[in-house]
Design a protein around this ligand. Sequence first.
Ligand code: SF4
Length: 318
Amino acid sequence: MAKVVTLAHYYTTPEIQQMADKVGDSLELSLFARDAEADIIVFAGVRFMAETAKILNPNATVVLPDRGSTCSLVEQTDVTALKAWRESYPDHVHVSYINSSAEHKALSDWIVTSRNVDDIIAHLYAEGKKVIFSPDRNMGAYLNFQYGYDMPLWSAVCEVHDKFNQKALDEGFASVGDLPHYLIAHPESPLPVLQQADYVGSTSGMLNWVKAFDKAPESVIFVATEDGILYNMKLARPDLDIRQAPIYAGCQCNQCPYMKLNTIEAVKRAQQGQGVVIDYLTPEQIEAARVPIDRMLAFSERQYALNVAVKQPEAVPA
Ligand code: SF4
């Protein structure tokens, strides 16, 4: 019988996370996919994540539950234009966020996730390298601001995080009156939002920040990222008042429409091998995209002593 491993990103719904063998951020899931001893990897996330799993574990059959699970950072990046942009900086290192297609990754020297992007770019600057960054303009602008870099940036945004804005935040903060309040934010958010944040980091980083929260218990914590992670935060710290950062952009939901296509029915079908099988990448594409991913994984395993190479599926809290 085929061994099936199901992976779910923090941005999927609680029901989907409960169906998974491993829940995590992009870095954790990439490592888990690489080392999974599975015939079939069901990736309840979006297409670039399933492609990354296939690149790292080419012998496994990788299935994406729904064809529509894309990402605006991928959709806004024309790879032919990206190639010309990259070639216009021949003496720069091209660092790409993992939210990119396999073709995009193959045009990159390093892949980064929101967890390791600060450290990898600091490492490159320390070596005297010049860097260009793609595709997330908000993340790049934050890095340039925070560390005084001068990286040329590709211009795509996450349509979910890009909705966070100063005005809505000010109203949200005012709504809690005299209660102490904090803002934690994902670096895909716009710079004015990140400049106000008490913590900027990956989904796992934000989750760890909440777990370790030791300020006044009546504090309100606003979270500027996709709302799926609030499930994990409230599970970890039911004693805290944790709220979505407001957006007031027509609807009040900070949901990724592509992640939410991972319905229970779609994931069950994928576990039977039905869905989008990632079988269209050529061996050459896999090889070319794997080089910058492997650089990142080797750096991260050294830097953070990460070991999520779990062979047996992990239970997810109910
Ligand atoms: S939340 Fe944004 S960056 Fe993440 S998959 Fe959705 S559109 Fe892409």
